[in-house]
Design a protein around this ligand. Structure first.
Ligand SMILES: [Zn+2]
Length: 306
């Protein structure tokens, strides 16, 4: 049966890596962050659509695909009555995943939009899901790693605010995840995924009832066209195909320069990003613990999680 796997979690938690690993299965396709597609397709947008292709994307550049996506994912109806009807029943919506199954010929689509509200919206109307199923991979990461990434990337962030936001967003996703019917969701710890990727992928494949394929572990060797996502993680794929990609990326994305430096040194190794251990001061760790320590125990693994 066809399946759409929704990765739900927070930014900076490894969703790009997880989607590329799964998208390396011969029958799967990593769609990327479909939630961003409509915005990135607008003529005035300067953000790249496919994270891998440096020139026109060999998969998405076809005008009919872009037009079709814009039509299917564009703004909801302008009339309030129709918009309210649409948000309750979704009956006015086109079948975007049906179209993606046709284009990709895959039987598993991986949507790494991360938002649980996006998942809830995509589940409507119910008749789109009669002959396919939706699954949720709930990806969690030690909150200290997430907060350190946010502080690194956005200078205006402060530890208090970043910790509170992490706590609130995590609580919202936990509530969503615990409300899912049995068997629909599967929780993945980022640290475990990066420390023992094969064991984690085997468990995910078994839960999805697809075979585990060793080729999934070498995700950089395969063709991918994900919409958006983490520049650093995608770099492993791009650099494998084109050795000048790292220089190009470093020049074009100044804000993420330190990150790109980190990722270009990593190459294609799957490693656990634990820069937070060096980057966060004692005072920052104390603040995080005070604000979000209790919630974080459910998102990290021993021995780090004490
Ligand atoms: Zn592409």
């Amino acid at each position: 049966m066809k399946q759409v796997v929704f990765i739900v979690g927070l930014g900076h938690s490894g969703s790009t890596l997880l989607s590329l690993l799964l998208g390396s299965h011969q029958e799967a396709f990593a769609v990327g962050e479909l939630i961003q597609a409509a915005d990135r397709l607008r003529p005035e947008s300067t953000r790249p659509f496919c994270r891998i292709c440096s020139g026109p994307c060999t998969f998405w550049a076809r005008p009919e695909r872009r037009e079709s996506l814009l039509r299917l994912l564009g703004k909801p109806p302008s009339s309030r009555v129709l918009a309210s009807f649409d948000s309750r029943f979704g009956s006015l919506r086109g079948d975007v995943y049906g179209r993606l199954f046709d284009w990709t010929k895959a039987s598993v689509l991986v949507d790494s939009s991360k938002s649980h509200r996006w998942y809830q919206r995509q589940r409507l109307p119910f008749w789109h899901w009669r002959d396919r199923r939706a699954r949720v991979l709930y990806l969690v990461r030690d909150g200290r790693g997430v907060v350190a990434s946010a502080l690194r990337k956005y200078e205006k962030n402060e530890i208090d605010g970043a910790s509170s936001r992490w706590r609130a967003r995590t609580l919202a996703r936990e509530k969503f995840f615990s409300g899912l019917p049995v068997g629909i969701g599967h929780k993945v710890f980022y640290e475990s995924l990066t420390q023992q990727p094969e064991a984690e992928l085997r468990a995910i494949c078994s839960w999805l009832e697809i075979d585990f394929q060793p080729r999934m572990l070498a995700y950089w060797e395969h063709e991918h066209h994900p919409i958006g996502g983490n520049v650093g993680t995608s770099l492993a794929v791009t650099a494998h195909q084109d050795s000048t990609a790292i220089e190009d990326a470093t020049e074009s994305v100044d804000r993420q320069l330190t990150d790109l430096d980190y990722y270009s040194r990593l190459g294609t190794n799957i490693t656990t990003d634990q820069r937070w251990m060096k980057e966060l001061s004692e005072a920052q760790l104390d603040t995080f613990e005070r604000v979000a320590g209790g919630v974080n125990r459910r998102c990290c693994l021993p021995p780090d999680c004490t």
